[in-house]
Ligand binder design. Sequence first.
Ligand SMILES: Cc1cc2nc3c(=O)[nH]c(=O)nc-3n(C[C@H](O)[C@H](O)[C@H](O)COP(=O)(O)O)c2cc1C
Length: 336
Amino acid sequence: MPEMTSSVAAFVGGDGERSPALTLPAGVDLTAKLGRLTLKNPVTVASGTFGYGHEFHRFYDISQLGAVMVKGTTLHPRAGNKPPRVVETPAGMLNAIGLQNPGVDEVIRTELPWLVSVGATAIVNIAGHSVDEYGEIARRLDSVPGVAAIEINISCPNVDQGGMAFGVHCPSAAAVVSGVRRATKLPIITKLTPNVTDIGEVARAVVDAGSDMLSLINTLVGMVIDIERRRPVLGNTVGGLSGPAVRPVALKMVWDVARQVKVPIIGLGGIVTAPDAIQFLLAGASAVSIGTANFADPLAPLDVIEGIAAYLAAHGHRGVAEIVGAANPGFLGSRP
Ligand SMILES: Cc1cc2nc3c(=O)[nH]c(=O)nc-3n(C[C@H](O)[C@H](O)[C@H](O)COP(=O)(O)O)c2cc1C
């Protein structure tokens, strides 16, 4: 991933190694208001790229993040797909993890209390094989302390049943959201797949079904073939493409969706630096998520938070909301 090389060098002890504490300019309020979900800043970390945060908390205090979107959580434990599960691609990576996770009850028993104990804001990403299963996971999470919101993953390309299959058709996407809506009073974020002809159509369907917010994008389906073995590299044959390679596609999708729905959007896909993140905010995202960049530079989200604050200060803004959708003439959401 060429764009990440310099930040890796910095992290491993080269020039410019950064402090694990944030330095923010005075007079800028980074609070991100996403409907009834308020985050201390607009920078979250993407599901599946941050585990539950343990490894990253050794590098910095993860309560400084807007939120931690935890790994996709299913009703029962999942071992995930057979290896290899990850392969590097130009300016990106392809993964087929297959939703490895310990199951919702274990997440409630151990991971969420830990995230609460370190002061992190936790958003739980959920995935199921059926509408009922999504509803059941949401019901179990409904009254658990420390869950700020549920992110519905109807966009995972790496599982046989469920996952992305729900997110590529409006009726099934809406049915999952309605089922979760009935099961919980928590704010619902629906995570959309880019693997569709018209992402705006799915966005409108899930908002009509009761989704409070949207996040986009999940990974783009792709593959890599080993030419000597003449076999696909990934054990799952196909995987999901992420990292800087997908950023222009993700940005365009956020731009399009922000013109079609009024609900807050969390933008993600290939964000590495603050200027990347600011593009998503200007396109109409109210917050952003850092995914693959965490693997190359665990401190990347802190640089992004500071860079957004510096940009706001340099342009005379007092808060993030002032720039949300500012580059998008068709932006439908609200700004102060
Ligand atoms: C290794 C890996 C695992 C992922 N697992 C999940 C997951 O469990 N649930 C989910 O909704 N998205 C998952 N994603 C997708 C990311 O959250 C994100 O949507 C995508 O990678 C695009 O952002 P990025 O380019 O910043 O990584 C995963 C991505 C990667 C690279």
